[in-house]
Design a protein around this ligand. Structure first.
Ligand code: FAD
Ligand code: DHB
Length: 391
């Protein structure tokens, strides 16, 4: 098999890259370890930045998102018995969209298949070869048969646990990371919305987040121990914590419903530098991870492949590798700012049992500042709605 760009992973990064290349007349084949059904039903992110909304609309992928997603112009921070609205639109002129990651995935898969795009699901034993050469290859098993895909370039879009990043020679890159003593217990709930906007709540019992998926399905998260077991979280305990951490004395009540799904995720910050080696380019979670508090992961994946598609477009139209050479440097400037924001939102809103009384007081001052100073609120808002995407 032969293609111009071999893409490993059909997450938001790999699928969108394949679509953006197609719009420029560049061929690609996407290799995905899981089934179509699985990638289209895994519950993950929900918040799209203004730049992500615009990109999906500008490239013909936004129709269902605009119909079924919910535009939000602000969010609420709750702490010390009070709620405070951060007005994104007034502070930045920008909005966000609540539209589930697996719905974005469904929309791109459909667009790619309708355009004759090649996505091979349930591939096995993916290995990368000849990265330093001008003709790298990807070997894998498909339908039980060994296959070799010859490419001009390989895009490693296979997430944090993929095979692309380990294919970089260890001596040629540096990994930066940080772990947190926090996990998120996420639930999907069949219930009406309790609030028009997302609620991020800091509470001495731990962080809680009230998000949404539709008028009838809600997404909620609770800070828990990253090594906690779901068996410790019967439904009644989840509701007790969600009520205690989000409700104030103003009569607002969180609406309960049937919990249809539960999961626990640990948090980590991670960056690999550079994000490229020879003819291999990493994008999205394969290259960097953020804790979910700032809702940045999927949006960073989108920003990376936007840069990569422009760089590959330059190469195929003018033969210039200039932008390909600068790919990692262009992405990392924005990635590190999202790292900073995600770390800050996480430490601002979670309760650390090991924090000193001094640190807890300082944390409350940080919350007070961000909700009482227009300058500080603007800083939060402009990062949340998304910093400008670079070319
Ligand atoms: P992935 O989505 O991980 O896709 C990688 C794909 O590669 C997968 O389909 C995988 O099966 C495939 N793959 C892996 N290994 C191989 C292999 N060897 N061969 C072939 N295929 C392979 N981000 C936001 O922007 N906003 C949010 O609100 C948000 N909330 C989140 C909430 C939670 C609870 C979690 C866990 C994450 C959240 N994120 C959020 C992060 C976001 O989900 C990820 O950053 C995003 O999925 C990254 O996309 P990706 O395409 O880089 O990687
Ligand atoms: C959602 C996830 C996030 O990480 C976040 O910060 C806000 C919302 C969500 O899944 O809806």
């Amino acid at each position: 098999m032969r293609t111009q760009v071999g893409i490993i992973g059909a997450g938001p990064a790999g699928l969108l890259l394949s679509h953006l290349l197609h719009l420029q007349g560049i061929s690609s084949v996407v290799l995905e370890a899981r089934s179509r059904k699985e990638i289209e039903s895994t519950i993950r992110a929900g918040v799209l930045e203004q730049g992500t909304i615009d990109l999906l609309n500008d490239t013909g992928l936004g129709e269902r998102m605009m119909r079924e997603g919910a535009i939000h112009t602000g969010t609420e921070l709750r702490f010390a018995g009070q709620g405070h609205r951060i007005d994104f639109l007034a502070l930045t002129g920008k909005k966000i969209m609540l539209y589930a990651q697996h719905e974005v995935i469904k929309d791109i898969v459909k667009a790619r298949l309708e355009a004759g795009g090649e996505i091979l699901f349930e591939v096995e034993n993916v290995t990368l070869h000849g990265l330093e050469s001008s003709a790298p290859t990807i070997r894998f098993r498909y339908d039980g048969e060994p296959v070799e895909l010859q490419c001009d370039f390989i895009a490693g879009c296979d997430g944090y646990h993929g095979v692309a990043r380990p294919a970089l020679p260890a001596s040629m890159h540096t990994e930066y990371q940080r772990s947190y003593p926090f996990g998120w217990l996420g639930v999907l709930v069949e219930a009406p919305r309790s609030s028009e906007e997302l609620i991020y709540a800091y509470h001495p019992r731990g962080f809680a987040l009230i998000s949404t998926r539709s008028v009838t399905v809600q997404r909620m998260y609770l800070q828990c121990d990253p090594h906690d077991d779901l068996a410790n979280w019967p439904d009644h305990r989840i509701w007790e914590e969600l009520h205690a951490r989000t409700e104030l004395n103003d009569g607002w009540r969180l609406k309960e419903g049937r919990i249809t799904q539960k999961n626990i995720v640990a948090m980590r910050s991670f960056v690999t530098e550079p994000m490229q080696y020879g003819r291999l380019f990493l994008a999205g979670d394969a290259a960097h991870i953020v804790p979910p508090t700032g809702a940045k992961g999927m949006n960073l994946a989108v920003a990376d492949v936007r840069v990569l598609s422009h760089a590959l477009g330059d190469y195929y139209t003018s033969g210039s590798s200039d932008r390909l050479e600068r790919y990692s440097a262009i992405c990392l400037r924005r990635v590190w700012k999202a790292q900073r924001f995600s770390w800050w939102m996480t430490t601002l809103l979670h309760h650390d049992d090991n924090a000193s009384p001094y640190d807890l007081r300082r944390q409350l001052a940080d919350l007070d500042y961000v909700t009482s100073s227009r300058a500080a609120a603007t800083t939060l808002a402009e990062n949340y709605v998304g910093l400008p995407m670079e070319d």
